[in-house]
Design a protein around this ligand. Structure first.
Ligand SMILES: [Zn+2]
Length: 115
């Protein structure tokens, strides 16, 4: 199977939600050459990591939306994109400084029951 070219990590994440990684094993090396900046290589085993978009809990029941994360399909190592890690840290800082009431209306945040 031939992998399509992705315009963004979000697009790739969507693709992998709908497709099995195993179908594209043969095409893996080509993917690595075409679209693997250094941050897409697994720090543990060097395999190309899969981009996915997730919500990260920054406080009790409060989630920061659309965080880009990379997961290694071989050894399951997970890491966050640098700018998204910075987003989380910034949000963390604001929660500490202003409390939750000051930031709840931000659209990048979503509140869910912490079940
Ligand atoms: Zn790995």
């Amino acid at each position: 199977m031939k992998l399509p070219k992705f315009k963004s990590p979000e697009e790739e994440a969507e693709f992998w939600e709908a497709h099995s990684f195993a179908e594209y094993m043969d095409d893996l090396e080509e993917v690595e050459l075409e679209w693997a900046p250094d941050e897409d290589a697994c720090p543990n085993c060097g395999s190309p990591m899969r981009a996915e978009s997730v919500d990260i809990e920054v406080d009790d029941g409060l989630f920061l939306r659309g965080i880009r994360r990379y997961r290694c399909p071989i050894c399951s190592t997970v890491k966050l994109a640098e700018e998204d890690l910075a987003r989380i840290n910034r949000m963390d800082l604001r929660i500490k400084r202003y409390g939750l009431a000051g930031i709840l209306l931000q659209e990048e945040l979503v509140k869910r029951g912490s079940s």
